[in-house]
Ligand binder design. Sequence first.
Ligand SMILES: Cc1ncc(COP(=O)(O)O)c(C=O)c1O
Length: 360
Amino acid sequence: MAEAQSNHRLSGDGPFTRRCQQWIERNTGSAKALLTHSCTSALDLAALLLDVKAGDEIILPSFTFVSTANAFVLRGAVPVFVDIRPDTLNLDERLIEAAITPRTRAIVPVHYAGVACEMDAIVAIARRHDLRIVEDAAQGIRAGYKGRALGAIGDLGCFSFHETKNIISGEGGGLLVRDSGLVSRAEIIREKGTDRSRFFRGEVDKYTWQDVGSSFLPGELVAAYLWAQLEQAERITAERIAIWKRYHELLAPLEAEGLLRRPIIPVDCQHNGHIYYILIAPETDRDYLLGEWRRRGIHAVFHYVPLHSSPAGRRFGRAHGELSLTTSLSHRLVRLPMWLGLGEAEQQRVCDALEAILRK
Ligand SMILES: Cc1ncc(COP(=O)(O)O)c(C=O)c1O
C-alpha cells in the first residue's frame, strides 16, 4: 500500500493492477485478465461484452448469488433457472439442453464452493448450440477442473476478491477473457467506452469514445492489497484446504450414522477449500440447529435463497422444470465457520456441539 502511494499513481491500471493481471493470466492460462470492482461488475462487463439484449435467455442455476442473474437482467435478458446436481449442488449439465430455446444466448455455470461444474459436457452443449459460456467463478480462484483453472474454461470467467472469499481486496473482482478476439473490446467497455488502455500503451496518440462502457477498474490501493494476497495465494489455499479436510474427517462418523451429508468432490475437480458446508437430514430443523449453536457461541450461516423463489427472480426469470433439488437442498444446507487461522480445537468444538444438538 505504501508503495502504491509513493508511486503517485492511485487511479486504475497502474503497476499493481498490471502485476495482479499478469499473475492471474499466468496462473489460469487465460488470454487476458482485467481487474474489476467486484465479481458483480465483472459479470456486468461480461453481459455488455456479449451484447446481451432484451429478450435473450441465459441459462443458470437458481442456487446462486443474485449477481449471477442481475448482470443479464440489467440488459433485459431472461434468466432461465435450471436445477442442480445432488452431489456438487452445481448446475445439472444433463438438464441444460432441454432448457435451450431459439432465444438462448449463454450458459452461466457457477462453481459452487470452488468445486467445478461438469465443464466438458457444458462446453460440448455450448458448441452444439452456438452459445457463449460465462463462468461465475466468484468462489473459484486456484480451483481446477481436469487440471484447468476455473474461470479460464468458458469464453469469459468472473472472479470475486470480496473479503468473504479466499483471496481478498475488500471489494474486488476480475474478468478472465479466454478468446483473444474479445480482449480489445473488453478493455474499451471497462474504460468508460474509450480506448484509453491502448493510449496508455502508446498504441494511439489520443483516446476517444469508441463504444458503450462504464468504469469497471479499481484503483491502485485495492490492487496493491490484492497483490499482497496473490503473493500468498498458494499458502492461503493450502491452509483452507487443511481446515476443510479437518472438518471432513471430524464429520465422517455423523455422516455414517445418517445425521448429515458431507460435501462430495468429483475426481475431476480440484477444489480450493472455500466453503465447508453440510446437508442436514430433511427432518432436522435448521433454525433450531443455528439457534443452539449460537447459544454456545458458534455462528454459522446458510445460503442461498433460491433465485426462482425470490420476488425479483419470479418477476424477471423463468424456472425450467420443478427445481426440486434446488428447493430441498438449499433448505438443508448449513455453512460451517471457516476462516484462515481457524484452529483444530475450535473445529472440534463446532463438531462436538453439532453432534450434541443433532442427537437431542
Ligand atoms: C456465486 C457468486 N457470484 C457472484 C458473487 C458476487 O461477488 P462480488 O461480491 O465480488 O460482487 C458472489 C458473492 O458472494 C457469489 O458467491
